[in-house]
Design a protein around this ligand. Structure first.
Ligand SMILES: Cc1cc2nc3c(=O)[nH]c(=O)nc-3n(C[C@H](O)[C@H](O)[C@H](O)COP(=O)(O)O)c2cc1C
Ligand code: SF4
Ligand code: SF4
Length: 294
């Protein structure tokens, strides 16, 4: 806890994220831009190790004392996707500051901050700021929009401002050799587009759950007759749920137990040839799109 207080300045920003449909990637890059520190690295934990596009880490990542680590996660039923929480175990700190960002599809970020805060506290980080941002809901489709176009220009402006304010707050704490105790630097005071800053990490909202979250649905993502077997859906799946089987490995099977219902495969298919139809998701999407289309 004391080590970071001897730092003179932030030397590096480390952006760690999980982003099947891209909102968290956009937001965390914009927050990092707001820090305006030339040494910025990304650890993308969206894909499983072994995926040909994997850009994550192969061993534990040990943060340096002068690093600021930002973690960004989507809210899945108000929870951190279980696979991401598991993957975060590899990010180790040494008492340095952590910024947590969450994107959510207009409804609620639920317990995401508390889950990440607790996991990362155990990994020796101190949470200093929380930012929640609206993103286009992963379950949206061409007929039913939830949070259409989000994060939009204003959301990104807010994210950049947030990054800048976090940097100032952390630098000030280093200069004063005191704890991160200033009052909220950017406090929008608005639950739906909240930016919350903390004076200490006991204030993180939400509840910690012992069990990792996974969607309790068993519907399958499937190819339609228009599928050209390009395997793009296989390459974007965060859990490796879609795998080629059969003669010549031409048939693509989705394992419903591994599926997060993140819709990355449906969105990424260049031929609109992948569908994931789930009755529960259809009903939820119908009602949410009526109220929260933008
Ligand atoms: C399985 C699942 C559950 C979700 N649950 C919520 C939720 O509880 N509240 C909410 O506002 N958005 C919810 N969303 C929407 C996502 O949080 C939102 O679209 C997020 O920005 C996606 O991040 P990404 O684009 O980085 O993958 C859910 C999305 C999925 C796929
Ligand atoms: S991305 Fe679409 S076209 Fe390509 S293999 Fe998957 S379902 Fe088929
Ligand atoms: S198969 Fe499931 S987990 Fe994999 S990309 Fe598609 S929706 Fe996401």
């Amino acid at each position: 806890m004391d080590m970071y207080l001897n730092m003179k300045q932030v030397k590096r920003v480390v952006a760690v994220y999980f982003s099947p449909t891209g909102n968290n990637r956009k937001i965390i890059r914009t927050i990092a831009k707001g820090f305006n520190v030339s040494n910025t690295i990304e650890i993308d934990l969206t894909l499983p190790e072994g995926n040909k596009n994997y850009k994550g880490i192969h061993d534990d990542f040990q943060a340096e004392p002068a690093d600021v680590v930002i973690v960004a996660s989507p809210a899945y039923n108000g929870r951190v996707p279980g696979v991401f929480r598991e993957r975060l175990a590899r990010i180790k700190g040494c008492g340095g500051p952590l910024v947590i960002a969450c994107t959510y599809g207009r409804i609620s970020y639920g317990d995401v901050f508390q889950e990440i805060g607790t996991v990362m506290k155990n990994n020796h980080f101190v949470t200093v700021a929380l930012g929640s941002f609206v993103g286009y809901h992963s379950w949206s489709n061409t007929k039913r929009y939830i949070g259409y176009g989000r994060p939009n220009y204003d959301d990104l402006l807010l994210a950049e401002e947030f990054g800048n304010a976090c940097h100032q707050k952390i630098s000030k704490a280093y200069q004063n050799e005191g704890a991160f105790s200033e009052e909220g630097i950017v406090n929008m005071n608005n639950y739906k587009t909240a930016i919350i800053t903390l004076s200490n990490d006991d204030e993180i909202p939400g509840k910690f759950h012992d069990k990792l979250f996974r969607m309790p649905l068993l519907s399958r993502s499937k190819p339609t007759a228009d599928c050209v077997k390009c395997n793009t859906c296989v390459d974007v799946c965060p859990t490796g749920a879609i795998r080629p089987v059969g003669s010549g490995k031409k048939e693509l099977i989705c394992d419903p137990k591994k599926c997060l219902h993140c819709y990355a495969c449906v969105r990424a298919c260049p031929h609109d040839a992948r569908v994931l139809k789930d009755p529960v998701i259809s009903i939820i999407t119908y009602f949410l799109s009526k109220k929260y289309s933008r």
